[in-house]
Write a protein that binds this ligand. Structure first.
Ligand code: ATP
Ligand code: MG
Length: 680
């Protein structure tokens, strides 16, 4: 079990020992960023955290030189039904990629997240739920969590769900989302969560992809005082994929009016009330799938990322403990949605495996006011706070006052995830939110990685704003050039990972070939992250963004292909190309170049129609900010759209288009430039 954190003078913000010293990076950091500020680890942190610099170095060294011994030891952090005797059995070899960890061990994830804590923590709060309405919150103890999860597990069984079946979950941020996930884990069913902001089409595609017999949803969600019509969307989705879902289990969240299909729809509360609170966790192999989660689909159809039982949980819980410096008694809050992988690993599985108190927030950062996050921090005495740069940037826009109205004295550590955090936002987060006393862990990872791969350890790593810093135990990042040559020292190129770690995805659901093609074919023998990065002279990693084209709007990532295919689905559109452009609030905005059918006329009306169309097809987050009607798009002779040119035009950098010589028709560029919608 985790060592309890002994409250000490170190906790006081006034303690000299805990103050973060800041120095200039100078030439140490490399030529490009010679003005980088370095925030040293305060002495108090080095003493009290799970690892200081020396411990990080020695643990990291053994994790990569003797991974079997290292993970044999740390694999024991979870309880096993039948202990593993094998540790690592992985291969990235071309055409033969196979990833197995702890492969002869058996366990159960729900047992690790709930049952094993009951002896010591039955009365401890497992989940603090904070509603959209500030007047609503609930505290759910481990004993109640156990009761709720067992009951819902029995409900699923009564509707025919068996080990290995998939269950689709389309819920808002309410405790039932966690109950449903854990109930699946308890009986060995595989959950597939679809973000509540996704449209009926997106939901339908994901249900079809994994053939779920059961869908768990709510009448309506509630976000920022507004209702989200989940049941209406779910009904629509099921019309598109008739015959797959046999049972829709509906949580009553708002009591709003909904349609009802007798024989298919049942109320969550009615079912749970009838169910027994006795349900033994099913014995699962370490390699049995725990969940699948569809990516945003930057390269074609969304992929069902499959995560395992044993390795995933070991990795999620260990990263949660070390990187957030989690100690017994801490109140921990990750603001992500359970529809994203961050919600899986760092709201539910990692924290609960560690016996933590995890906060689940239904609302949004600016409702009822832009002080909301900090009011919640004060209300629940949150110690560890984990959010995304887009939230920070949007709150920055409201100034310091809404933050300063609150105390935030309980905060000890801040985290960031989702995209590179720009140094201005980092500084504001650190100085204004954390009053200069909380380290920031900038955590780089992906849906595919299951848990955080590159991040500071707060007691060990000096911080450089904008850098995710150093690899976690067992993670072997490399920077390669386009030809795959491994670069050394300070360099810039593409980020690959040279060997497996326990939390790595195991396959693409139903398509192992696609898994190998997508992640292991670009640089044979290595996992390709798809991200570009720079490594400085201190060995720190700076993620520069995607190598391919994905837009990140307010932390929601979507493939340009998905937005484009929605646009061309409109009868008046013949072709579309979508790129991101810098947006003060959202991080990136969506700029769409649209070529119309010859019989259609460009108009303001049609522009509005297309925006509404994309909202309906994918969801509001995908609505284009700019639509430029374009008679032609810049294409290579082989017919590929040259996005880098479109990106430059969208960014208003028309003097720096680069090489246009391979274009089939360079004249189209002049028209695009002339008719661009300047963002300046
Ligand atoms: P898809 O693969 O379908 O496009 P996605 O990559 O958009 O899905 P995620 O897996 O949630 O969805 O996002 C992972 C990506 O987010 C990383 O590859 C990286 O580009 C970016 N990212 C996440 N955290 C950080 C961070 N701390 N710093 C820089 N970039 C980050
Ligand atoms: Mg990705």
């Amino acid at each position: 079990m985790l060592p309890a954190r002994v409250p000490s003078a170190d906790d006081a913000s006034s303690d000299q020992d805990n103050r973060i010293a800041v120095r200039r990076g100078g030439s140490k950091v490399g030529t490009e960023k010679s003005d980088t500020l370095i925030h040293d680890v305060p002495a108090g942190w080095a003493r009290r955290a799970h690892a200081d610099a020396a411990k990080y170095s020695s643990m990291y060294a053994s994790s990569v030189s003797t991974p079997d011994a290292f993970w044999a030891e740390h694999g024991k952090r979870i309880d096993w039904i039948k202990p593993f005797t094998k540790v690592k059995n992985t291969s990235f070899a071309p055409g033969k990629v196979s990833i197995k960890w702890f492969e002869d061990g058996t366990t159960n994830v729900a047992m690790n997240c709930i049952d094993r804590h009951l002896a010591r923590r039955a009365g401890q709060v497992a989940i603090i739920w904070e509603g959209d309405d500030p007047a609503e919150s609930r505290h759910i103890t481990y004993a109640e969590l156990h009761d709720q999860v067992c009951r819902f597990a029995n409900v699923l069984k009564s509707h025919g769900v068996k080990k290995g079946d998939t269950v689709t979950i389309y819920l808002p941020m309410i405790p039932e989302a966690a109950y449903a996930m854990l109930a699946c884990a308890q009986i060995g069913a595989v959950h597939s969560i679809v973000f509540g902001g996704f449209s009926p089409d997106a939901l339908a595609g994901r249900i079809e992809g994994c053939q779920s017999k059961v869908l768990v949803t709510a009448d309506e969600g509630l976000r920022g005082g507004r209702k989200v019509p989940l049941k209406v969307n779910a009904d629509d989705a099921l019309k598109k994929v008739a015959g797959i879902v046999k049972t829709m289990i509906v949580v009553k969240r708002t009591g709003g009016g909904i349609d009802w299909v007798d024989g298919r729809d049942v109320w969550y509360a009615d079912e749970v009330a009838k169910a027994s609170a006795d349900c033994a966790p099913v014995e699962m192999n370490a390699e049995d799938p725990l969940f699948l989660l569809y990516t945003s689909g930057s390269t074609g159809a969304p992929k069902g990322v499959v995560h395992s039982t044993g390795g995933y949980l070991v990795f999620a819980s260990m990263t949660h403990q070390y990187l957030f410096d989690y100690h017994d008694g801490d109140i921990y809050w990750c603001t992500a949605d359970v529809g994203w992988v961050t919600g899986h690993s760092y709201i539910v599985y990692g924290p609960l495996a560690n016996g933590a108190t995890t906060l689940m927030f239904e609302g949004i950062p600016n409702y009822p006011s832009t002080s909301r996050f900090w009011q919640v921090v004060d209300k629940h005495k949150v110690n560890i706070f984990y959010t995304a740069p887009t939230a920070i940037r949007s709150l920055m826009g409201a100034g310091e006052e809404p933050v300063k109205q609150t105390s935030r004295a309980s905060l000890r550590l801040l985290g960031s995830v989702g995209e590179p955090i720009n140094p201005e936002a980092w500084d504001w987060y650190h100085r204004v939110v954390g009053d200069g006393r909380c380290p920031i862990v900038d955590t780089w990872w992906q849906t595919e990685t299951g848990g955080i791969l590159i991040s500071p350890l707060p007691g060990a790593t000096a911080l450089k704003p904008g850098s995710a810093t150093l690899p976690f135990f067992g993670v072997m990042p490399e920077v390669v050039d386009a030809s795959g040559a491994v670069l050394t020292g300070a360099c810039e190129g593409n980020l690959v990972i040279a060997d497996s770690w326990p939390g790595q995805m195991r396959t693409v659901y139903g398509d192992h070939e696609r898994f190998m093609q997508t992640y292991f074919a670009t640089y044979p023998g290595k996992y390709f992250t798809g991200d570009g990065c720079r490594r400085d002279a201190d060995g720190y990693y700076w993620i520069t963004g995607r190598v391919d084209d994905v837009i990140n709007v307010s932390g929601h990532r979507m493939g340009t292909a998905e937005v484009e295919s929605a646009l061309v689905a409109h009868q008046k559109v013949s072709e579309a190309a979508v790129v991101g452009f810098p947006h003060d609030i959202k991080g990136q905005g969506i700029y769409a170049y649209v070529t119309l059918m010859s019989d259609a006329e460009p108009s303001g009306e049609l522009r509005k129609e297309l925006v509404a169309w994309v909202r309906k097809e994918i969801g509001p987050i995908a609505a284009p900010d700019v639509i430029q009607f374009a008679p032609g798009l810049p294409k290579t002779r082989s017919g590929k759209i040259m996005r880098r040119i479109l990106r430059k035009i969208a960014e208003d950098e028309v003097g720096a288009l680069g090489d246009t010589s391979t274009l089939a028709d360079p004249a189209v560029v002049d028209d695009l430039i002339k008719n661009r919608h300047s963002q300046k």
